[in-house]
Design a protein around this ligand. Structure first.
Ligand code: ADP
Ligand code: ZN
Ligand code: ZN
Length: 744
């Protein structure tokens, strides 16, 4: 049991960067936990503070450390809880307190109330059904979809229709002019999900679901708070489980937050929560204006709502008595912030739940290796849903060896098998999706004849081809020249692996001139509505083939899709960081899940140069366990997370020499620390960041592996102070990324 507690004292905002250490009195040792609110002596006063950390290491003279007075039973204003959370973020992920506060607290921005438009059904039920039948007969798919929703709801928010129902303004106008519906507009309180009718209806859970719910609620009612990892195949009914848990928590007067990646936050999902909980639910997404976001926070603070659904930032909804946080698709990398502070929503959610006395449920069909490992170690509790609710067969998966194709003289990006299947679907008027992974464009070098990939001999990540032709490791800076032929089979088919969506579109159109082809990538989705328009068009069967990057893999259900082709599975395998196999497994499993969601079973064709790689074979069998075992072998061997922890330190400057000098000097500091301590620590670098220069700013990186996270936090503090006090490096900024999820 720890002797001391580091406490953030609720004084003025300026001093919040600092924690103060107090001794834990004997009587509190067994009960005091991180996140608890305590009262402490501060100067001559008695103050409240949050416990940030328990430790045995005294920070100053033991005699001078004062004792905690007591645990404060009643919570305090939500704002000070959020400030304490900001302090925790700043300590564990770096950046300034100002950055951290901006992350957790709302921007106090006064915006005038917006005009809101709604669409209302004008027809009587019978007439409406007739009209619906007519639309269906005429194959007016979008009109039918809108009318169907109107029949169910009576009235719908205009933006919900255009954003979530994938129906355009033109279609709404068509219904308006033909007297089917009316568009009303009025000034109103901003609530992004009103005008749904609540029917309170919910499914009766099956045995598997019931078991999961009773395990979690059994703990909950016994006052036990934990983090649960719910592993359940897609369609196993995880969302129903979440709703049941929320219902329970809500009945006790507490609130819940549901995190869902923005890209998966579809109309269907929101609708399910709304049907059950009515206007006690709100959503947050990037389309809301700052004013609307602010309103949502106010509504949460005032007790008008008790369920918030949204991406990462919804975690900071200021609910006064938060009982449950759910993170769906917990493996998603979007839960890690890519700007300072680079916090992970998963760990931050666990801290927030600790502070508010709540539980956390992480859900996924393909859990992150990190979470699964934590479940294995007993830090999280693993619960499983092994069966689909409606036993739809999994799609049939084939792996095509592209080396074999080349040997047979097929040099195209489409294997014979995939081309044959595409032909077949075009004939049957079924739809197909072709998926290419953009992540890989960082430029690894591979052999198309044998599949050999050139890797760093020290780090086992692929080398990246730089503009001048050198091959460079982004972890350690190792370099070599581009070989003239394959080091493994001597063939000349060696080079950078490049194929963009546009090129593929050309090839497909040439090969199948009769096919209607849509392409979805960063170029075609630049405009705000581009993304939705393409998905609507494909959902309305205005195209036969959809070609796209990972954007097309998530969230949307296209029942007429019976073929998914993955053009080059290897592209995510050789991203220049150690997550390659994990991302590949996730992407392939999810892409495969797009096929055969309707009545007709689907096929998946995975094209690859490395058909024997475990991430590819395991994904083709949807075998998570097999993937995980192999992956952990590799992580253990190289001390990558989750076995150890990894910290990336960036040094950025317009002056390349300063950036390098700062990195080199910091490296010395780290080496000193390593030499003096007994902590296990492996620093590597400095080297160029993967994009070594962005708009004239040079970036250098150091990687540090350490067994303990806390050792990395200490190093961060040392380096922050070193950089702040060293006048020579005034023009260099330093940033930290703990356990990164993307490559640099
Ligand atoms: P997941 O979130 O795991 O992908 P969902 O909760 O979305 O799964 O469930 C998949 C489908 O099965 C949904 O259409 C849902 O309404 C339905 N469903 C879930 N649980 C039940 C149940 N107990 N009885 C009937 N249908 C269910
Ligand atoms: Zn070769
Ligand atoms: Zn290396």
């Amino acid at each position: 049991m720890a002797e001391y507690a580091n406490i953030i004292v609720d004084i003025s905002h300026e001093k919040l960067d600092k924690t103060f250490q107090y001794r834990i009195p004997e009587r509190l040792k067994a009960v005091l936990k991180e996140g608890m609110l305590v009262s402490v002596p501060f100067g001559s006063r008695r103050m409240r503070g949050y416990v940030m950390e328990l430790t045995d290491v005294p920070e100053y003279e033991v005699d001078k450390i004062k004792e905690i007075l007591d645990i404060v039973e009643k919570g305090v204003a939500i704002e000070s809880q959020m400030i304490a959370l900001a302090a925790w973020i700043r300590k564990n992920y770096g950046g300034t307190m100002n950055h951290a506060l901006k992350t957790v607290l709302p921007v106090r921005e006064k915006k005038k109330k917006l005009e809101q438009k709604t669409v209302r059904l004008l027809l009587a039920p019978e007439e409406a059904e007739k009209k619906l039948a007519e639309y269906k007969r005429k194959h007016s798919v979008a009109r039918a979809r809108l009318l169907e929703a109107l029949i169910a709801q009576g009235e719908l928010d205009y933006r919900v229709i255009t954003h979530k129902l994938n129906v355009t303004g033109t279609v709404i106008r068509a219904l308006e002019t033909s007297g089917v519906a009316a568009v009303d507009s009025r000034q109103k309180y901003r609530n992004p999900v009103e005008h749904f009718k609540q029917n309170g209806y919910h499914k009766i859970l099956n045995e598997e679901q019931k078991k999961v719910v009773s395990e979690i609620l059994g703990d909950y009612d016994a006052g036990i708070r934990k983090t649960y990892l719910l592993k359940g195949v897609t369609g196993s009914g995880k969302t129903e489980v979440y709703m049941e848990l929320i219902d329970h928590v809500r009945r006790q007067g507490r609130q819940a937050i549901v995190l869902i990646p923005e890209i998966a936050l579809t109309y269907q999902t929101v609708m399910r929560f709304y049907n059950r909980f009515g206007d006690r639910v709100s959503i947050m997404n990037s389309r809301l204006s700052p004013g609307e976001r602010y309103d949502q926070r106010l509504r949460a603070e005032n007790g008008e709502i008790d369920i918030m659904i949204g991406p990462r930032s919804a975690l900071f909804t200021p609910f006064p008595n938060l009982g449950l946080i759910i993170i769906d698709e917990e493996h998603e990398t979007s839960y890690k912030s890519d700007t300072v502070p680079r916090y992970h929503a998963r760990e931050t959610a666990i801290m927030r739940a600790k502070m508010s006395g709540g539980s956390v449920v992480l859900g996924s069909a393909t859990p992150s290796v990190d979470s699964y490992y934590k479940a294995e170690c007993g830090e999280y509790r693993l619960l499983e849903l092994k069966h689909r609710v409606m036993e739809k067969p999994l799609p049939v998966c084939e792996i095509i060896d592209l080396r074999e194709e080349l040997r047979r003289g097929n040099r195209s990006i489409l294997s014979d098998r995939l081309a044959e299947q595409l032909e077949d679907r075009l004939k049957k008027h079924q739809q197909a999706m072709l998926f290419i992974n953009r992540r890989g464009l960082a430029g690894f070098v591979s052999c198309r004849a044998c599949g050999h990939v050139i890797k760093c001999p020290h780090c086992d990540v692929s080398l990246s081809q730089h503009k001048d032709g050198r091959l460079v490791c982004h972890y350690c800076g190792y370099e070599e020249a581009m070989p003239p032929s394959c080091p493994s089979c001597s063939s000349n088919y060696i080079g950078g692996f490049k194929a963009g969506t546009q090129k593929i579109e050309e090839i497909v159109k040439k090969r199948f001139p009769q096919a209607r082809v849509l392409r979805m990538d960063l170029d075609t989705t630049k405009s705000k509505e581009g993304h939705q328009q393409i998905l609507s068009a494909f959902a309305n069967q205005e195209a036969d083939i959809l070609i796209g990057t990972q954007m097309i893999v998530k969230g949307h259900d296209f029942p007429n899709v019976t073929l998914v082709g993955i053009l080059a599975a290897d592209m995510s395998l050789y991203v220049s960081d150690f997550h390659g196999p994990e991302r590949t497994f996730e992407l392939l499993t999810q892409a495969a899940g797009r096929a055969g969601r309707g009545e007709i079973p689907g096929n998946v064709v995975i094209q690859t140069y490395t058909p024997d790689h475990y991430s590819i074979t395991a994904a083709s069998r949807q075998d998570y366990e097999a993937f995980y075992r192999q992956e952990m072998e590799y992580r253990k061997m190289l001390y990558y997370p989750p076995v150890w922890n990894l910290l990336v330190v960036f040094f950025a400057s317009e002056d390349e020499r300063s950036a390098f000098a700062a990195a080199a000097a910091s490296m010395k500091k780290i080496e000193e620390k390593r030499a003096s301590g007994k902590e296990k620590l492996v620093p590597v670098g400095p080297s160029d960041a993967s994009i070594a220069k962005i708009s004239d700013v040079y970036k250098k990186v150091i990687y540090i592996k350490a067994e303990k996270y806390s050792v990395l936090v200490e190093l961060k503090d040392v380096l922050e102070e070193f950089m702040r006090d060293n006048r020579a490096f005034l023009n260099v900024t330093v940033q930290f990324d703990f356990n990164p999820v993307n490559s640099f």
